[in-house]
Design a protein around this ligand. Structure first.
Ligand code: SAH
Length: 216
């Protein structure tokens, strides 16, 4: 995509992703293309390619580019997967995923965020993303099972419905921990067996819902 941020976006890829060890060429190419500035408020567009998360509506955040890349790389997408994302937020992570898999289903609990994300998906003609307003800790049973599940808000534990709605074989990344600091966990399901591995420490906004934190 050619726009006034194309050069800045390429620099983001080199300095924040390649330099820190992101090697998946599909992810690097995708993040050099997806116009991240469209997923933040107009007033913040100039900051969209900085090395940090940014505030979006409803006291939420769009994740730092590096974290988006780390989570996406952990999922090892081949292009054929059906992916469920919990926590649409700005829509940026879903947009990146949508270029690297077959179909993205994404769930958000805050209506203004959902509406904003849908608008950008349409504007970019990213038609393989379906977004829904709901408590994502319950998953989205209608389209289950999912080859891949990614949760972009942090809860105290891995919500049981998500484990149930994961295909076999299937893989999931999710931050788990307390309200302040969490660990990225990588879960696989194979022949009915669940294995969980810990990746790096992260800081995400809270996953709020029936199988997450209370809303307070
Ligand atoms: N993937 C997003 C990150 C947004 S921050 C992006 O790329 O911008 C996490 C989001 O998770 C917030 O928008 C928050 O409202 C949402 N969230 C928190 N708990 C949720 C739940 N139970 N179901 C769906 N969304 C939830």
């Amino acid at each position: 995509m050619t726009d006034r941020f194309a050069t800045v976006r390429e620099r983001m890829v080199q300095e924040q992703l390649v330099r820190r060890g992101i090697t998946d060429l599909g992810i690097l190419k995708t993040m050099a293309e997806v116009p991240r500035h469209l997923f933040v408020d107009d007033a913040m567009q100039a900051k969209a390619y900085g090395d940090y998360p940014l505030p979006i509506a409803g006291d939420q955040t769009i994740s730092q580019p590096y974290i988006v890349a780390v989570m996406t790389q952990a999922l090892q997408l081949q292009g054929t997967e059906k992916v469920l994302e919990i926590g649409t937020g700005s829509g940026y992570q879903a947009a990146v995923l949508s270029r690297l898999c077959d179909q993205v289903y994404t769930v958000e609990r805050i209506n203004t965020l959902l509406a904003g994300a849908r608008k950008v998906f349409d504007q970019l003609h990213y038609y393989n993303i379906l977004a829904r307003l709901d408590d994502g800790t319950l998953g989205w049973s209608e389209h289950a099972p999912y080859d891949v599940i990614i949760v972009t808000a942090a809860g105290p534990e891995i919500p049981e419905p998500l484990i149930e709605q994961l295909a076999d074989p299937g893989r999931m990344v999710i931050p788990v921990g307390d309200r302040n600091v969490q660990q990225l966990q990588y879960l696989t399901k194979k022949d009915g067996e669940i294995t969980v591995n810990r990746l790096e420490s992260v800081r995400f906004v809270s996953l709020i819902g029936e199988h997450g934190w209370n809303n307070d």
